[in-house]
Design a protein around this ligand. Structure first.
Ligand SMILES: Cc1cc2nc3c(=O)[nH]c(=O)nc-3n(C[C@H](O)[C@H](O)[C@H](O)COP(=O)(O)O)c2cc1C
Length: 326
């Protein structure tokens, strides 16, 4: 017996588990290939990456796996040229998120379809979900506020079934706060067809994060993240309505409530954030991880994460079936 959903059928993959296409170098080809080779779907974040670097990364993925994979763009930060640079590689999945309200999604999704890709768009509100479906998305990811990085304010427990109900029969994928097989089983019960994970995959041997950043995820009890604007203000990044979930480390504590001063000294702070990453300093770096850190106890290979999640979900679902009595 094995777990099959409309997601696994649609993508031609074995397991309904997706690596979120995390940007800013948080995903690398070896990680993407490891998740795809394990039977899930690996997605590479390529926002703001120059075309020649994207080409080299795609080549690396294709040299390591012949399974499906995806390429992700943050639409608010991507012009037509960036979309073309991604689609030129004919990725099996075009993954996108966070468009400005004035951006027309339909031509972007049509272009992706013409390049042979399935379109997977991530949303954090019901309105964005309806917009993605109307524009022709094949798969919609409903991301709850528990997630790491940029999120909305609604919990996945509420958002996922709302999006499932509103978009039916369009396949929906649950994201935000998910790290275990029990949660994969629960997501399926909420009507999702699979799960997409970020934080869990950041704490893996293939993850490019510095060692102390990965250790911070393992050490976290899940209570030490907050929604903050501090890293975005420092970097001068304006997102279309997203909040940034990051660990409450010294960087966040030091600048909390000092927005005016932060704006004045933002170049200096942005530099310090970049330096902290290079120097493996988890206290002064930007640690975008989510509440799922409370469920992560070890740094493991991606393949083990996928295999354990699926085995646990299958066991949970089989056990749940025995609760039903005639
Ligand atoms: C460091 C980091 C960077 C991210 N970058 C992107 C991105 O560029 N594009 C995107 O669609 N999602 C991005 N995300 C969101 C993830 O794809 C995913 O939706 C989220 O991590 C799910 O929540 P979880 O961390 O609890 O698993 C990022 C998340 C993190 C933690």
């Amino acid at each position: 017996m094995s777990l099959r959903t409309r997601l696994t059928e649609r993508l031609g993959i074995e397991h309904p588990v997706i690596l979120g296409g995390m940007g800013s170098g948080a995903t690398v080809p070896s990680m993407v290939a490891a998740v795809s080779n394990a039977g899930g779907l690996g997605v590479l974040g390529v926002s703001r990456v120059p075309p020649e670097r994207i080409a080299a990364q795609v080549e690396e993925i294709r040299a390591s796996t012949d399974r499906p994979f995806g390429l992700n763009l943050l639409l608010f930060a991507s012009d037509e040229g960036a979309v073309e640079a991604v689609l030129a590689h004919r990725p099996p999945v075009f993954s996108s998120a966070w468009a400005w309200p004035h951006q027309d999604l339909r031509p972007i999704f049509e272009r992706a379809h013409a390049a042979g890709a399935l379109v997977m768009h991530m949303v954090s509100t019901l309105e964005e979900a309806r917009r993605a479906a109307a524009a022709g998305a094949d798969l919609v990811v409903a991301q709850g506020t528990e997630g790491g990085g940029h999120v909305g304010t609604l919990a996945g427990m509420v958002l996922v079934p709302m999006v499932v109900r509103a978009l039916a029969p369009l396949p929906v994928i649950a994201a935000g706060g998910i790290a275990t097989g029990a949660q994969l089983a629960a997501a399926l019960m909420l009507g999702a067809e699979g799960v997409l994970l970020g934080t869990r995959f950041l704490a893996t041997s293939e993850s490019p994060w510095p060692p102390s950043f990965k250790r911070a995820i393992v050490e976290s009890d899940g209570h030490d993240t907050e929604l903050t604007e501090i890293p975005d203000v420092a970097k001068g990044a304006v997102w279309p309505g997203a909040f940034d979930r990051a660990r409450r480390n010294r960087l966040i504590a030091e600048w909390s409530g000092r927005g005016h001063e932060l704006r004045r000294r933002r170049a200096e702070v942005a530099e310090a954030i970049a330096r902290a990453y290079a120097q493996d300093d988890a206290e002064h770096g930007e640690l975008n991880f989510g509440q799922a850190a409370g469920l992560i106890d070890a740094i493991e290979p991606c393949a083990e994460v996928v295999a354990r999640m699926v085995a646990e979900a299958e066991a949970r679902l089989a056990a749940a079936a025995t609760m039903l009595r005639a």
